[in-house]
Ligand binder design. Structure first.
Ligand code: FES
Length: 364
């Protein structure tokens, strides 16, 4: 029994207070209900209004006003400082920041001043709203959004009458030419946007400058490589000889870089890889198929190529299949042969796009 003489969890109401269900006391521990829900909940109303310090004390209000003005003033000063720093600080200069190390002085000053400028306005506005702006609770009731039936009917009649007066029904030529005149002008906004995206890349993302007969040259020496200079276990960073004629050397180099390795032909498992090489010498794109870092490490014993960015690992004995890491497809192989003087040359261009898979397959 509880203090008031009712058993724990006993129903003390009768449902006559508009709830449609009996009220129960909740301060008596667990209560098993009947599973019913009240038809409506009573509006709990607003909590009692609590006056703020600045509402009661003019000194506190003045203090808050000064704090807000200080924050806004700080923001203005930081903005002026930002503009001065933008032009005055040498972009090459650096500074030492404890815990971080050397950092660009320009970036640090610009970043700090921008943060102060934005935070000053934001914090000042919040402080202003919380301390000084009107603090009265108000209730705004929702009204039905739908217009009255008679208003809706009147609008329809006026539109119909307007259309009749303009003789749109009788003049289809004007009606349809007007539709075109209204529908087409937005294109004038779309065209500059699309045209402003720059030239269409065409096949620039899927093709390199490699072509049949291009000699393989060392990078950066640009000297051609004879097949007998490539011993088992060696690896060369290679470019096409035609890079010397390129108008966009860096762009072309970034796509055409190749790694040349020599393996014991018996270690190469796929026939295609052997056929596309020359006596165990094989050439593969150096551009990782994950997100395009240069593959940077060749493990001579295991014949694995490793990309340092996210550790994708490619097995050269299996046509550079991915054996570890996030890359989704093998490194593309360059088909090579030797020319009449014994120098290694490309037997064709790359047969597939080099680099990140999203260039031509839609996913990285
Ligand atoms: S770019 Fe090579 S693993 Fe990510």
């Amino acid at each position: 029994m509880s203090e008031n003489g009712t058993p724990h969890g006993e129903v003390v109401g009768t449902g006559s207070n508009g709830y449609g269900a009996s009220a129960v006391r909740l301060d008596q521990g667990h209560i098993e209900g009947t599973g019913g829900l009240p038809e409506r909940f009573e509006n709990p109303g607003l909590p009692p209004h609590v006056a703020r310090m600045a509402d009661l004390d003019e000194k506190a209000a003045k203090r808050a006003e000064k704090q807000v003005a200080t924050l806004f003033g700080l923001s203005s000063l930081a903005t002026v400082g930002f503009i001065i720093a933008f032009f005055a600080i040498d972009k090459e200069s650096s500074t030492y920041i404890p815990g971080i190390g050397d950092a660009s002085l320009y970036n640090v000053v610009i970043g700090v001043l921008m943060a102060v400028a934005l935070l000053g306005v934001g914090v000042g506005a919040v402080h202003w709203a919380k301390t000084l702006m009107p603090d009265a609770e108000s209730v705004e009731y929702r009204h039905p959004q739908r217009a009255k039936d008679e208003d809706r009917q009147r609008v329809v009649s006026e539109l119909t009458a307007g259309g009749d007066k303009a003789q749109l029904g009788r003049r289809p030529l004007i009606k349809y030419s007007l539709l075109g005149a209204l529908a087409l002008p937005p294109i004038t906004l779309v065209v500059p946007l699309v045209a402003g995206l720059g030239p269409v890349p065409k096949d620039a993302l899927s093709k390199t400058i490699w072509k049949k007969g291009d000699r393989l040259v060392r990078d950066p020496e640009r000297t051609p490589i004879r097949a007998d200079q490539v011993t088992i276990g060696s690896v060369f960073h290679v470019l096409p000889e035609s890079i010397k004629d390129s108008e966009h050397v860096l762009e072309d180099k970034a796509k055409a870089a190749v790694l040349l390795m020599r393996l014991n032909p018996e270690d190469i498992k796929p026939k295609k890889e052997r056929d596309w090489g020359h006596e165990g010498i094989v050439a593969y794109s150096k551009i990782c198929t994950h997100v395009g870092c240069p593959v940077g490490l060749y493990e001579q014993q295991t014949h694995h190529l490793l990309c340092p960015c996210h550790q994708s690992t490619f097995d050269v004995t299996q046509d550079c299949k991915v054996i570890f890491g996030p890359a989704k497809r093998p490194l593309p192989q360059l088909k090579i042969t030797v020319d009449s003087e014994g120098y290694l040359v490309a037997d064709s261009a790359f047969r597939e796009a080099v680099g990140p898979s999203f260039w031509e397959r839609g996913s990285a």
